[in-house]
Design a protein around this ligand. Structure first.
Ligand SMILES: *Cc1c(COP(=O)(O)O)cnc(C)c1O
Length: 425
């Protein structure tokens, strides 16, 4: 079989940068990416025969660990019946009912194929519903790569130094107002400066595409009350946080009810799925009931629905959140302990099974704070972990994920490796 080196050389000739999503290229941490040939539980096996403890978890979806037998069996059963029908299928109804049960603010839901589609469509719907054009987003929040949202974005856009993408018409970008996260006064100023013009405020309630940032107490409630006062919709982008920290997402934890919610990642059980939903009154503006157009050839695909339903049902049955939080706290403790022993200033934000590390002395509350972290030091930390078999997200501006398969030996080993990687910096 081809080694990672051979595969990457071939990929570079036919795929831009050798990858189908930019952060995978390892540009900000150096070196070239490894290719994975299989994954199981907490472990990735590379084309070079290495086994790595994986804290990327396919960027979030693999909350039950890789290749979970229950999800695989659900896909296999669906596969027996066919891969795609282009008509309504029973899985779609089950999925919609399941989503409503888990996230009660979603009275009605439309399935799509990625998180990008979900946020893009939610924004269009908010514009259609309000008859307004402008939207507000927060610096460093990433909502996928659609034009209106790729302004001061996080994730790969930030990693590669182009949070404002080329190819987005200036006229589109002008409709997107960007304010700092955790700054209620800046949001108030945006509403005051654009009376009656803002259709929606879109937010990752726990921003996790710039490393992990948590909201100051009351910030999310302020978003809710300002949107209500100004006739704008509040869109929670829970593509990453949905089902990851609680059954009902951050909206359940923080008791803040958005008008629309975008979902993705875990909802597909490892297959390409996104969804957006909210109150029936708003959702009923979508075609065929209303004038806001949205569609998808493969939306509600039976294989993808089967995988997602299995993943969500497994969450309902196992309620893994306290156990995942304990694993998260262990990693946080290991990282903080090692940094303290080494005399290294660091912040280790963690909530449940999400964590990141910023090498800076000050708590990080927004994009500016995240950028103060030492990204070069992070790259060295990343490489030292990888050398010893622990794979963290290959960027200082991503969040690491833990799965239920990380308990026991994997977490022990990973904490040991991270400890020694920090001490050796
Ligand atoms: C990953 C992500 C997206 C985009 O989802 P894709 O499936 O990659 O298109 C949107 N919003 C958030 C918060 C994400 O983490």
């Amino acid at each position: 079989m081809d080694t990672s080196g051979n595969l990457f050389a071939r990929a570079l000739k036919r795929i831009p940068g050798g990858v189908n999503s930019p952060v995978r290229a390892f540009r900000s941490v150096g070196g070239s990416p490894f290719f994975v040939t299989s994954a199981k539980g907490a472990t990735l096996t590379t084309a070079d025969g290495r086994e790595l403890i994986d804290f990327v978890c396919t960027w979030g979806p693999a909350i039950h660990g890789h290749n979970h037998p229950r999800i695989r069996a659900a896909i296999a059963t669906a596969l027996e019946a066919g891969t795609s029908f282009g008509t309504p299928n029973p899985y779609e109804v089950t999925m919609a009912e399941l989503i409503h049960r888990l996230v009660p603010s979603i009275g009605k839901v439309r399935m799509c194929n990625s998180g990008t589609e979900a946020t893009m469509s939610a924004v269009r719907l908010a514009r259609g519903f309000t008859g307004r054009d402008k939207i507000v987003k927060f610096a460093g929040c990433y909502h996928g790569h659609s034009d209106s949202l790729l302004v001061k974005a996080g994730s790969g856009a930030l990693t590669h130094g182009n949070p404002d993408s080329a190819g987005v018409p200036a006229a589109f970008a002008r409709e997107t107002i960007v304010v700092p996260f955790n700054d209620p006064a800046a949001l108030d100023r945006a509403f005051a400066a654009n009376p009656g013009a803002i259709a929606a405020v879109i937010v990752e309630p726990y921003p996790a595409n710039v490393g992990l940032i948590l909201p100051a107490p009351g910030f999310l409630r302020h978003l809710r009350s300002s949107c209500t006062a100004n006739g704008a919709l509040l869109i929670f982008d829970e593509v990453m946080t949905g089902f990851r920290l609680a059954r009902g997402g951050v909206q359940e934890i923080e008791k803040v009810v958005p008008d629309l919610t975008a979902l993705g990642k875990i909802i597909g059980g490892g297959l390409p799925v996104g969804a957006f939903g909210g109150r029936a009154e708003v959702m009923d503006l979508i075609a065929p009931l209303g004038p806001v157009y949205q569609a998808g050839t493969l939306s509600g695909n039976p294989l993808a629905m089967a995988a997602g339903i299995a993943a969500l049902e497994l969450l309902e049955e196992t309620l893994p959140y306290p156990g995942l939080d304990a694993l998260g706290l262990r990693v946080k403790g290991a990282l903080e302990g090692a940094c303290k022993a080494k005399g290294l200033a660091a912040q280790v934000p963690q909530t449940g099974s999400m964590f990141s590390i910023f090498f800076t002395g000050e708590p990080v509350r927004d994009l500016e704070g995240a950028l103060r972290g030492d990204a070069k030091l992070f790259a060295r930390f990343f490489q030292r972990c990888l050398d010893q078999g622990v794979y963290l997200p290959p960027s200082a501006y991503e969040t690491a994920f833990i799965s239920t398969a990380h308990g026991g030996a994997a977490i022990d080993r990973a904490c040991e490796v991270m400890d020694s990687a920090i001490r050796g910096l």
